[in-house]
Design a protein around this ligand. Structure first.
Ligand code: TXA
Ligand code: MG
Length: 295
């Protein structure tokens, strides 16, 4: 099986190929129009693969035991068996174990790891349903496994582990508070290339701006068709509105984020205004995605 399959994970849909088969992995870059400089995450069927693919430190092993299977990706020193194409020539490799039962079942049956980035065209919004994958990649991939809507709705938290220090490369469902129980979180820019940190990513085609709730309440409406991506409460006067979490629960907001962005993007608007989320816990990860969508 050297072909691509779109698979559900607990975060977003992935586009999977056998990780140790560079030809199969090359098809991922082709289908997504992804630059070869952007490395892929490897998804493993079981814990023993962490050591087969990398040289995990004590901290990396502890984090894997604590959060796998689940939405945490570890960037660790790679071993020689990992193709250069997968790591974009870097000495580190990104690894995670997914908690999605359908995907986990496929990996166990396959008995080897797969590389899987999010199943969208490069720079676009990650898909959280099989229908979104169709919108992104129809005609470019032979198969989509439909596992229903994704549980978390935003991509995994990525941490860079160097020895026993930890740095967050991408905020996600596993929060700073959860991680800080295991290590001091190192702040500051890393030297590691993590193109997911590009300023613009996860972008709708309609221009998007982030605004505070008070700015939105007093918004000076013009003839521009304007949509609102509200956090908890809708505000009148907009041409289209999506409310991320009527109950105020950030977990629900994360789950709805990308689907809501896609609906607003399809609504023929001139501008999308996104309300600033509460800046703590999962709100940080959501704010991060909104900033990238706005860039
Ligand atoms: O939740 C997720 O992580 C989803 C699902 C499908 O697992 N995957 C995902 O993959 O978001 P992708 O490729 O869209 O984003 C992975 C990010 C990229 O920004 C990539 O640059 C970074 O991980 N990455 C991969 N390998 C890396 C490495 N060795 N060092 C630093 N960053 C790396
Ligand atoms: Mg992606």
């Amino acid at each position: 099986m050297g072909e691509l399959v779109a698979v559900p994970t607990e975060t977003v849909y992935g586009l999977a190929a056998k990780a140790l088969d560079p030809i199969a992995c090359a098809k991922i870059f082709e289908a997504k129009a992804r630059p070869l400089s952007d490395p892929l995450i490897i998804h493993i069927p079981e814990m023993s693969w962490l050591k087969r693919l990398s040289q995990p430190s004590r901290l990396a092993t502890e984090l894997a035991q604590a959060f796998w299977p689940g939405p945490l990706t570890l960037v660790v020193a790679k071993k020689g068996c990992v193709p250069d194409l997968v790591t974009a020539g870097q000495e580190s490799v990104a690894i995670r174990m997914s908690a999605h039962p359908l995907f986990a079942g496929v990996l166990n049956a396959l008995g080897e790891p797969v590389a899987a980035p999010s199943a969208n065209r490069f720079g676009r919004i990650s898909p959280t349903t099989a229908g979104h994958v169709m919108e992104e990649l129809e005609g470019k991939i032979p198969m989509i496994l439909d596992g229903g809507p994704c549980q978390h709705g935003i991509e995994s938290t990525i941490v860079l582990i160097a020895g026993n220090t930890l740095q967050i490369l991408r905020h996600g469902p596993i929060t700073v508070d959860q991680l800080s129980a295991y290590a001091k979180i190192h702040e500051g820019e890393s030297q590691v290339l993590a193109p997911g940190r590009l300023k613009s990513h996860y972008a709708p085609q309609t221009p998007l701006e982030i605004q505070t709730v008070s700015a939105l309440r007093g918004w000076p409406h013009t003839s521009r068709k304007t949509g609102l991506l509200a956090w908890q409460h809708s505000i009148s006067g907009f041409n289209a509105t999506e409310v991320l979490t009527p109950s105020g629960n950030p977990i629900v907001a994360a789950t709805n984020l990308y689907a809501a962005m896609r609906r607003l993007d399809a609504a023929g608007l001139d501008l999308i205004l996104a309300e600033e989320p509460p800046l703590a816990g999962l709100g940080t990860a959501i704010f991060d995605r909104l900033k990238k969508a706005a860039a």
